[in-house]
Write a protein that binds this ligand. Structure first.
Ligand code: MSP
Length: 507
């Protein structure tokens, strides 16, 4: 059976409203899934992480029981993803019965095989990070996570443990034999040194509070991370729908923020191996969007409201910015001035004007009808471009992919500036004018196809303006053959520019 492409995002804690950082990972997954769908079968999962103390505390502060709180928050998250044109295949909530049932089954399975055992846990716990810390790691008695630094509490309770230490050697082995399974390199190296330091078993049950999945047979609830990680296989129907599970597992790529790499590249594969399943093909730990050098996040109170950004710049422009601004894997800083600049220069001037100028000339010289192709100056030169763009996308180098696409944008603009269609028209060189106008329209058609995963709505508008109806999301190999645009196609230029200029006061 051929395997489908499976991409996941972390599931988001819903202890408050979503911010731009949450939109980021989900948009990246959407770009991957949309590109993968042009080649065949793809499945894209996102969702919400609803158990644990953090969510329980937020509910309490709002005077609600946790389930009611979660039910109220989830629509906001779904709305956010819809505003950004995200098309996931499944949205999982960890409070759903399908998930609770699976987590309990896994717990029982691991208890039977001895990887989950009973012991006493004593240690320092940070409820904000939902993490236990060794005393030696604390900084002045506080949580060592630089973004947190909250007080930790001493917990002492009977507990169920997961035998992580048993997987120390297999993990080291896996990291050595699969040097690219965790990317970027910085994350790989960091995880490798944790493995070399040695792993300890850790507690996976909580008796102190009850907002979680009950441990089968009693004794508290299951640790939120153990519960949450399993979402990735719940959605595929692990142990219930084997054909579906085998079709997508191991995941092609699991996207995460770098702060949760340890959970996804050490604990997660160990749990999977304990179940007899494989580790994902790739875990990619991306960087943070920062504001004044600090990670944007709820805890710091510097969160940026994504809906406001959508209203201001449009969803596709934000999608473009997020993928174009930083190298995927590195931090990058956010500012509205930077978004506005890319919007006006790259989207408005380069792309938007190219489409407007071309279709205006076509209307003037050819009544808006695509002419017969002539001798092309582009076909051969750009034959390899779609392949390069696709490769960059599947290699998660989104910035490079967009830069490659912009090569074509610039080449087409240069062609207009240098060959001056108005001069050809005046000179009555009809054949040269036909050939040039055809190349420009065909180039724009190529741009729409390659930009569709990044800016689905704008690509759709370009497609319509070209007078095309279907085929925008088809296989690149078949669609992107130079000359594919039919002569005599009636174009339909729009009055409104694709990216109306923003007047910005930049501080
Ligand atoms: N619930 C856990 C994940 C469980 S996955 C089995 C969690 N949730 S979270 O809501 O705190 O963060 C989830 C993800 O949001 C991060 O891993 C990251 O992908 C994204 N981001 C949150 N803030 C971000 C930035 N400022 N910048 C980039 N991404 C950010 O951790």
């Amino acid at each position: 059976m051929t395997r489908g492409f499976y991409v996941t995002t972390p599931i988001y804690y819903i202890n408050g409203n979503p911010h731009i950082g949450h939109a980021y990972t989900t948009i990246v997954a959407d770009v991957l899934a949309r590109t993968a769908r042009t080649r065949g079968d793809a499945f894209f999962l996102t969702g919400t992480d609803e158990h644990g103390q953090k969510v329980a505390d937020a509910a309490k502060a709002a005077g609600l029981d946790p389930q009611t709180w979660c039910d109220r928050l989830v629509p906001k998250w779904k709305q956010l993803f819809a505003s950004f044109h995200v098309e996931y295949d499944d949205f999982i909530r960890t409070t759903e019965p399908r998930h609770e049932r699976l987590v309990q089954r896994v717990f029982e399975r691991l208890r039977e095989n001895g990887d989950v055992y009973r012991g006493v846990y004593e240690g320092w716990y940070c409820s904000n990070d939902e993490t236990f810390w060794l005393e030696s790691k604390l900084i002045e008695g506080r949580c060592p996570n630089p973004e947190c630094r909250r007080e930790v509490e001493w917990l002492s309770e009977e507990s169920w443990f997961f035998r992580l230490s048993k997987y120390n050697q297999p993990l080291l082995e896996h990291f050595r034999t699969h040097p690219n399974w965790v990317r970027p390199r910085s994350a790989y190296n960091e995880m490798m040194s944790m493995l070399e330091e040695g792993l300890e078993d850790f507690s996976i049950s909580r008796a102190a509070f009850d907002w979680g999945i009950p441990i089968p047979g009693g004794g508290g609830v299951i640790y939120v991370w153990f519960d949450a990680l399993l979402n990735y296989i719940t959605a595929l129907g692990w142990s219930e729908d084997d054909a579906r599970f085998r079709r997508y597992w191991p995941a092609t790529v699991q996207l995460i923020g770098k702060e949760i790499a340890r959970f996804h590249t050490i604990i997660w594969p160990a749990i999977l191996w304990s179940l007899g399943e494989k580790a994902p093909d790739l875990v990619f730990a991306h960087g943070w969007i920062t504001l004044d050098g600090q990670k944007i996040g709820k805890s710091l109170g510097n969160a940026v409201d994504p809906e406001t950004l959508v209203q201001r710049f449009g969803a596709d422009a934000i999608r473009y910015f997020l993928l174009r601004e930083g190298h995927f894997g590195s931090d990058f800083s956010y500012s509205e001035a930077k978004i506005a600049q890319r919007y006006n220069d790259e989207l408005g001037n380069d792309l938007g004007n190219l489409v407007r100028r071309t279709l205006t000339m076509l209307a003037r010289y050819r009544n808006g009808l695509v002419p017969q192709p002539g001798e092309t100056r582009f076909g051969e030169r750009f034959t390899e471009l779609p392949k390069r763009v696709e490769e960059a996308i599947f290699n998660l180098q989104f910035r490079d992919a967009l830069e490659e696409i912009w090569e074509l944008v610039s080449a087409l603009n240069r062609e207009i500036d240098e060959r001056k269609p108005w001069v050809l028209a005046k000179a009555g060189d009809e054949a040269a004018l036909d050939a040039l106008l055809y190349d420009l329209c065909e180039g724009i058609r190529w741009l729409a196809v390659m930009l569709a995963p990044f800016m689905p709505q704008k690509a759709g508008e370009i497609w319509e303006q070209l007078g095309l109806r279907t085929g925008l999301h088809g296989s690149w190999e078949q669609t992107l053959v130079w000359g594919g645009l039919g002569a005599q196609t009636q174009t339909a230029p729009s009055e409104t520019p694709l990216f109306p200029r923003l007047e910005i006061a930049v501080a």
